[in-house]
Design a protein. Structure first.
Length: 205
């Protein structure tokens, strides 16, 4: 792709690094921004700079937050003893959109994947185990994507806390095996949360 401007080329190259954005789409987006009023484009760049510089992660659940604790953890109406374990922040949003879950979350920040060099030590598992040890939690819901890596992560956590008095369940397999949680429709995901099953039972499936 030939460019008449080095500035345009640099902008397109940076934009094309975003997931799902190729060079042609990046060019179309950059040209669109150039046609917008300058203050609108500046607001976008300032918003991106601000979120990158000032965003925090909740010290309790590791969700994205503007403060030390996220709004979900601070909400007095949430069930503190019920925790939904998810892979990343997008999964929190997916479950929240179902309006079927009233507990708290724990964001692992990924899933165990030896092929990608990701082990338990790279995830937020230790802080989850500590919550269980302190007796704060009565039930964990494993809401990982139903993939081999997701199941491996569930089983690893299960082995870490199986000797403690905590119920463990996993979302019902209404979510198709092999699918990423964030792409599951809200009705199916909502039913999976409501119809969760004991984790031990999932090992026999």
């Amino acid at each position: 792709m030939e460019f008449s401007s080095k500035l345009l080329e640099n902008a397109v190259n940076e934009m094309s690094q975003l997931p799902g954005i190729g060079k042609r789409t990046a060019l179309r987006l950059v040209l669109h921004l150039l046609r917008q009023p300058e203050d609108q484009t500046l607001q976008l760049s300032q918003a991106l700079s601000k979120v990158r510089a000032e965003i925090n992660f909740c010290k309790s659940c590791h969700n994205i937050s503007d403060k030390v604790l996220c709004e979900i953890c601070e909400n007095p109406n949430r069930k503190k003893e019920l925790i939904c374990v998810v892979e990343d922040i997008r999964d929190v949003m997916a479950v929240e959109n179902t309006s079927s879950f009233k507990g708290l979350y724990h964001v692992l920040g990924g899933k165990i994947s030896p092929m990608d060099g990701i082990g338990p030590q790279d995830l937020n598992i230790t802080s989850l185990v500590e919550k269980v040890k302190q007796g704060q939690v009565k039930e964990l819901i494993f809401a990982m994507s139903p993939t081999m890596e997701g199941d491996t992560t569930n089983f690893y956590i299960f082995r870490q806390i199986q000797d403690y008095e905590v119920n463990m369940s996993t979302i019902a397999r209404g979510v198709a095996a092999g699918n990423e949680l964030e792409y599951t429709d809200e009705i199916t995901l909502g039913r999976s949360i409501v119809d969760r099953i004991p984790f031990e039972a999932s090992l026999k499936l």
